[in-house]
Design a protein around this ligand. Structure first.
Ligand SMILES: [Zn+2]
Length: 135
């Protein structure tokens, strides 16, 4: 079996791809990633839509086919799937809450998997793009 290190669920926004790839390799030492992207990242998991079941099927396939033992969920700021927020603080807080809920949902469905969540804060004004661990 070709073994992957992790299954990643994130948004399909083009702006996050390069920062994410660099972060995987340079900060997390991840080179074998089963990557799934959907607009809004974990929004479908958080809202419990039928797409959540499809994401879960993809996780199951990565377990069966690539032996993954870990899932990473990633959202980002300035995401087209979300309404505009009043303040950057509100935006980050909302994403962090949804990521924590999504981690619980994935963990409830796959108790044996390790589940983590990260938030990408895209470059804004003079601030560079940053990525931090939420849970
Ligand atoms: Zn997005």
């Amino acid at each position: 079996m070709a073994k992957a290190q992790v299954f990643v669920q994130t948004c399909d926004d083009f702006r996050i791809q390069k920062p994410l790839q660099n972060y995987f390799e340079n900060s997390l030492n991840l080179y074998a990633v089963d990557l799934k992207t959907d607009l809004g990242g974990v929004k479908e998991i958080f809202e419990g839509t039928p797409k959540r079941d499809w994401i879960f099927e993809n996780i199951q396939a990565s377990i069966d086919k690539h032996g993954i033992e870990k899932v990473i969920l990633i959202n980002h700021t300035d995401c087209e799937a979300y309404e505009k927020f009043q303040t950057p603080e509100e935006e980050i807080h909302t994403h962090e809450i949804q990521l924590r809920h999504a981690v619980s949902d994935v963990h409830a469905k796959f108790p044996s998997l390790q589940v983590e969540a990260y938030l990408i804060v895209l470059a804004h004004l003079d601030e560079p793009t940053t990525i931090h661990k939420v849970i």
